[in-house]
Design a protein around this ligand. Structure first.
Ligand SMILES: Nc1ncnc2c1ncn2[C@@H]1O[C@H](COP(=O)(O)OP(=O)(O)O)[C@@H](O)[C@H]1O
Ligand SMILES: [Mg+2]
Length: 145
């Protein structure tokens, strides 16, 4: 799909956020400033998270409290240093969102929803959903309803 503003990307994140259940994992791919954190803000909105979701410079994992806990990982600074953040320990208890999964490849769970965001112009983004696993295929089907 195509969004035409940051607000629309937030709405898209919110729409998918409303379908998420505890245990779900999303990986967000895209260049710097493509809109990964903006999309995550929408998920936060769906989960009624009051705290502002941002990309702090030196924090790799942030936990937000909402209707579900949100485990927000920005792996950018791991830069392929094989560092296990122990996702499997908390994954069952909330929603896990991973920015820069390229730097966390070896620790990703088997199944997840991949979200690829591409900058088309200053205000336009292409967002592609790629389900990995039957649970996420179902989720995407539901989204289209
Ligand atoms: N359609 C759009 N979707 C998402 N962000 C957009 C869009 N148009 C403009 N922007 C801007 O692009 C930037 C995206 O930043 P951010 O979400 O932090 O990116 P990332 O986390 O991928 O580095 C924000 O400044 C946002 O306002
Ligand atoms: Mg970000």
């Amino acid at each position: 799909m195509i969004t035409h503003s940051a607000e629309e990307t937030i709405q898209t994140g919110q729409k998918i956020g409303e379908k998420l259940q505890a245990g779900d994992v999303l990986i967000l791919k895209g260049d710097l400033a493509s809109g990964k954190t903006t999309f995550t803000k929408g998920i936060g909105k769906a989960l009624n998270i009051k705290e502002v979701i941002n990309s702090p410079t030196f924090t790799i994992l942030k936990i937000y409290e909402g209707d579900h806990a949100l485990y927000h990982i920005d792996a950018y600074r791991l830069e392929n240093n094989l560092y296990d953040l122990g996702i499997d320990e908390y994954q069952p208890y909330g929603i896990t969102v991973i920015e820069w999964p390229e730097y966390y490849e070896s620790f990703l769970p088997e199944e997840y929803l991949e979200v690829d965001i591409k900058e088309l112009s200053e205000e336009e983004r292409e967002i592609v959903f790629i389900p990995h696993g039957t649970h996420y295929e179902e989720l995407i089907k539901e989204m289209k309803c």
